[in-house]
Design a protein around this ligand. Structure first.
Ligand code: ADP
Ligand code: MG
Length: 238
């Protein structure tokens, strides 16, 4: 289960009102993309959902439970960081198992979950290597593996492909979509890349200056953009 509801969520940093107030519902199992230009508040909104930032006001509900002021670990969400967040001195196996080890999980259960994640991500034969011995795409998969083993209610991605080269970006885009099909777990994916949004999303949330300009399927947005900002941003002819 992984529904996420934001009720009039506001965030200010000092005098700067970065998120003036967002209402949004993410259904269980949906692939939702937050898209918008740099600085529009995508990362801040994701960090508010993750609990890495505290809301100024408003409410966040995950699976019917009010988590507005809950610690990140209590939200059952997994944030996927870019592949450079791996520990270079640890094997792939240890990198993937790391959050489980920190949580004090029994070794047998850790091994089972790591094997499952490795199978899903085609990393079985790389478990004893270190990140430096992997390609960029494999490293990105290890970063995703570290999220999968936690069996989260939802995955949160913040521009996970932005430091990969163009060809690899296309591959990983497909891989993440396939992963969503396999796991059927809610994914919230932040990008400033319209192509990623249009090709990956069930539902796109277009943000501008911390406000939701439009929510809809890629086709909805393409055919019926709410305004010229949305039209020009997603490349609609209208
Ligand atoms: P995006 O991810 O869409 O590029 P961000 O959410 O990172 O945008 O930032 C939105 C705005 O909030 C920017 O103007 C940024 O400078 C500001 N901001 C983000 N985090 C902080 C912070 N910790 N303190 C002050 N301002 C911040
Ligand atoms: Mg950002």
């Amino acid at each position: 289960m992984g529904s996420i509801t934001l009720k009039n969520v506001r965030k200010t940093f000092g005098d700067a009102e970065v998120i003036p107030g967002v209402d949004l519902t993410i259904e269980d199992g949906e692939f939702v993309v937050f898209v918008g230009p740099s600085g529009c508040g995508k990362s801040t909104l994701l960090r508010l959902i993750a609990g890495l930032e505290d809301v100024t006001s408003g409410q966040i509900v995950i699976d019917g439970q009010d988590v507005t002021h809950a610690a990140p670990a209590r939200r059952r969400l997994a944030m996927v960081f870019q592949s450079y967040a791996l520990y270079p001195h640890m094997t792939v196996r240890k990198n993937i198992a790391f959050p489980l080890k920190m949580a004090g999980m029994a070794q047998a259960e850790q091994d089972k979950r790591v094997a499952h994640a490795a199978r899903i991500l085609n990393l079985d034969s790389y478990l004893d290597r270190r990140p430096g011995q992997l390609s960029g795409g494999q490293r990105q998969r290890v970063a995703i593996g570290r999220a999968i083993v936690r069996e989260p209610a939802a995955f949160l991605f913040d521009e996970p492909l932005s430091n990969l080269d163009a060809a690899l970006r296309v591959n990983m885009r497909v891989e993440i979509s396939e992963l969503h099909n396999k796991l059927a777990t809610t994914m919230v994916y932040v990008t400033h890349d319209q192509v990623e949004a249009m090709t990956m999303a069930d539902k796109i949330v277009v943000l501008r200056a911390g406000r939701v300009e439009q929510v809809g399927s890629p086709l909805d947005l393409y055919r019926s953009p709410a305004n010229r900002f949305v039209a020009s941003f997603i490349g609609s002819p209208n």
